[in-house]
Design a protein around this ligand. Structure first.
Ligand SMILES: Nc1nc2c(ncn2[C@@H]2O[C@H](COP(=O)(O)OP(=O)(O)OP(=O)(O)O)[C@@H](O)[C@H]2O)c(=O)[nH]1
Ligand SMILES: [Mg+2]
Length: 366
């Protein structure tokens, strides 16, 4: 008998173990039901209720190893809001140097004033710094259908009769993109694949007929540099922006500190009074204090005044990096996965983030 798969997450359907992927109670399993969904997907779709079930990196590599054995087009999706965290530098090696396209998704989150050309320039630089050689780099918003027609055209041309694998880190919008594509081009009326804010929604390959071949959704690679890896679903909801980010501006003197909940911190060490223009999720609580009081405030108030992280979350140890910013052009301090802060002038700052998500400074996007 051919194995049944959950249309929502790709798991092989089973009726034995409710704690494993693909579980469906025996009573619900009717033989005629082709588009069966597992209990986890059913609950996610209908009650927005998360059953935490993740695949390991060994599972991930086993699952995607089939890509290396055939000629295919690889489409890697990254999150424009967390470029470094969501880029997988080893993707070409993992997929045996099949043709690669890279799409940066979620452009709807960036302020409209961001220039596409500047963004693409910045992206291409990061991509080449990571030794990746894609045949094309594109910007998109899968939820807002931005650039979708153009991208689907490019994908179809490059695929030239091969299967198309949509790959990337968790939560970048791979499944959302396929749903959007099917709604635009295959007369699908509703979302077929389960998507959620939770990292690790798709659990196995999902093969969908497309243009005579298959388009294949894949689980996300859990990347140590991705902040989503360290956050509970509740904290993740707060940190993820939902719509175009409206900046919050703070005029700071040296000797002041900004806390971004308890997830990041910027100490303004030396320099003239200047503005810190903060591009973050509107739900992150930004708190200003005196640098000399910052350590004490953090130790007393993390998980209280400074949230997220919340009381039930794991500890979120911060590590500081010092930057001397001396350019006469505006610069962004990037806190991967949390957003960026635009500054100017000759200043010295110390930026604290979760140890694997290392902050850096770039020429301002805006
Ligand atoms: N703002 C914005 N959010 C998006 C976009 N595309 C996807 N998302 C959101 O990103 C989250 C993850 O989307 P998914 O499609 O489940 O991501 P995925 O890459 O399939 O994730 P995994 O299956 O966990 O690897 C959801 O909350 C989506 O609504 C987009 O274009 N803009
Ligand atoms: Mg998915």
């Amino acid at each position: 008998m051919e194995e049944l798969r959950c249309i929502g997450c790709g798991s092989i359907i089973q009726t034995e173990d409710a704690s494993k992927p693909g579980y469906v109670p025996k009573s619900k399993l009717s033989e005629t039901n082709e588009d069966i969904v597992c209990r986890r997907c059913f609950r996610l779709k209908n009650y927005n209720e998360v059953t935490p079930l993740k695949i390991t990196s060994d599972d991930y590599f086993n699952i995607i190893s089939e890509i290396g054995n055939k000629k295919a087009l690889i489409v890697m999706i990254i999150d424009i809001f967390d470029i470094e965290g969501s880029l997988i530098p080893q993707i070409q090696r993992l997929t045996n140097y099949n043709d690669l396209l890279i799409i940066a998704n979620k452009t709807d989150l960036l302020p409209k004033s961001v220039k596409e050309a500047k963004l693409l320039h910045h992206l291409r630089k990061i991509i080449s710094d990571n030794d990746l050689k894609p045949l094309g780099v594109f910007l998109m918003s899968a939820v807002k259908y931005k650039n979708i027609d153009y991208i689907i055209n490019e994908i179809t041309n490059h695929a030239a009769g091969k299967d198309i694998y949509i790959v990337g880190a968790t939560n970048v919008g791979k499944s959302t993109f396929i749903n959007t594509l099917l709604k635009s081009y295959a007369d699908s009326k509703k979302d077929v694949i389960t998507v959620s804010f939770f990292a690790g929604t798709t659990l196995n390959l999902i093969k969908i007929p497309f243009g005579g071949n298959y388009i294949i959704d894949t689980p996300g690679l859990i990347n140590d540099n991705q902040i989503t890896h360290y956050l509970s679903p509740k904290a993740l909801k707060v940190v993820t922006p939902k719509k175009e980010i409206k900046p919050k501006v703070f005029q700071l003197d040296s000797g002041q500190t900004l806390f971004f909940g308890g997830l990041a911190r910027i100490d303004f060490i030396t320099g003239e009074k200047t503005s810190f223009i903060c591009y973050n999720s509107e739900f992150i609580n930004i708190h200003r204090t005196k640098l000399e009081k910052a350590d004490e405030l953090y130790s007393k108030q993390v998980k209280n005044l400074l949230t997220p992280p919340f009381k039930d979350d794991e500890d979120f140890p911060l590590k500081g990096h010092t930057f001397n910013i001396t350019s006469n052009k505006k610069q962004d301090i990037v806190m991967p996965g949390l957003g960026f802060i635009t500054v100017s002038g000759n200043i010295r700052v110390k930026v604290y983030t979760r140890s694997n998500t290392v902050p850096y400074v770039r020429e301002a996007l805006i």
